[in-house]
Structure formats: C-alpha cells, structure tokens
Design a protein around this ligand. Structure first.
Ligand code: GRF
Length: 219
C-alpha cells in the first residue's frame, strides 16, 4: 500500500508526534511520517523522531526576517521530503495565509479545547474561568485564522470540581493520542470531504468522535 507521506511540525515534547509515530507503525496505517521539523532546537520530540530513524530538521523562526520567509523554508523542507500532508503537533507558530492556501485541506492541527470554543492560548484557564462542565480536544483542518478550520475529530472530558489548568490539561492529554491518529487516518485514507467550513466523513466513519465521560481509558 502506498502510504501518504506526512511532515510533522513540533515545538516541544512531542506527545502527539509520539502518538502519530506509534499509529504509523501499524502495517495498515495509511500514512507514514517522513520528516519532523521543529522551530525550537533541542525539542524533545526531535529525539523521539531520531530514535525512530525519522529525518528531522530544525528551522528556527528566529533565523528569518519575517513569517513569509520562515513559512517558505518550511514549505521547501516539506516538499523536498515528498510530504503531501502536514500535522501540527504542539507547533507554537501561526502559519501565514500563503502557506495555509498552498497546503489547503492538507494541514491538521490539534487544539486542547472543544472548538470553536476557547481558541488560542491559555485554554484551560479560560475554560475553568468560564465554569463550563466539559472540555476536550479538537483535531481540525488548518485555515489562516487561528484554531479555526473544519473539524474532523473531537473528544470530550468532564471538568471536575477543583480542577486546575494542569489537571484538566492532563485529562485531555490522555485523549489526544487517540484523536490525532484517528483524524490523520481518516484524512490520509480519503474519508474526509471538506465543504466550506465543514468536514464530512465517509459513511464508514460517520459519527466519528470520542466521548470519555468516565475520563481517561484506552479504547
Ligand atoms: C497539547 O495540549 C496539544 O493539544 C497542543 O499542544 C500541547 C502539547 O502538544 N497543540 P505536544 O505534547 O507537544 O504534542
């Protein structure tokens, strides 16, 4: 089976990268990770990729005069690796409009809230301040606007009395490794149809979403 070649962009520990790497080890997984790029030298995720024999690059935004030049360097590295899909996995830079359009419908991101609620940074503190009773994570297609693109997969967890941003983040982080590989599988296997702001899934995957009312457990 020809597997779709994926580039993963990271900035830190790479927990989502690790989940995608683990999923891609399955012989029937429709995607393979061919390059990991970090904008931060020394990011822990780079070690994970190197140990797995996956090529890595550090492309620091600090080495470029502006966002367009940085994005162009990312684009060149991804194309040289033959990547046709991109996964943002804890990648802390906003991609510019040209990149988002050049890679339209081919870039995924994971965000630790139930979008469109609570986009942006400091998510868990905002969730707790708002007093909402559920939160979760969202894997979506990237559009130029931050955390705003067609949604593929979401997972929900309860917000517990006494939760802190850290305890809520940890509960959601239990779900992310299930959501991201599922979303990439759907996109890489052609089961996703993007129509405007909506992503619809092929019948076989309809209703794909994960709800863990009891909190973290493996499916
Ligand atoms: C996760 O909460 C993810 O939702 C967000 O960045 C955080 C760290 O991700 N995108 P990772 O551990 O670096 O993959």
């Amino acid at each position: 089976m020809d597997r779709v070649r994926v580039g993963v962009l990271i900035s830190g520990r790479g927990s989502n990268l690790e989940a995608l790497m683990a999923a891609a080890r399955a012989p029937d997984y429709p995607a393979e990770i061919v390059l990991v790029i970090s904008n931060v030298a020394g990011a822990k995720g780079l070690d994970l990729a190197t140990r797995a024999g996956i090529p890595t690059r550090v492309i620091s935004h600090k080495d470029f005069p502006d966002r367009a030049a940085f994005d162009a360097a990312l684009d060149t590295a991804l194309r040289e690796a033959g990547a046709t899909l991109v996964c943002l996995a804890g990648f802390m830079r906003l991609l510019g409009e040209k990149f988002a359009e050049d890679w339209r419908d081919r870039v995924l991101n994971i965000h630790p809230s139930l979008l469109p609620a609570f986009p942006g940074l400091d998510t868990h503190r905002k969730v707790l301040e708002a007093g909402v009773k559920i939160s979760g994570c969202t894997v979506h297609i990237v559009r130029p606007e931050l955390d705003d693109g067609p949604i593929l997969v979401q997972a929900a967890v309860p917000v517990a009395e006494g939760d802190t941003p850290e305890s809520l983040a940890a509960r959601i982080l239990e779900l992310e490794p299930q959501c991201y590989p599922l979303a990439l599988r759907l996109l890489a296997s052609g089961q996703v149809r993007i129509q405007g702001r909506r992503a619809s899934l092929a019948a076989a995957s309809a209703g794909t979403g994960l709800v863990n009312p009891a909190g973290p457990k493996r499916p």
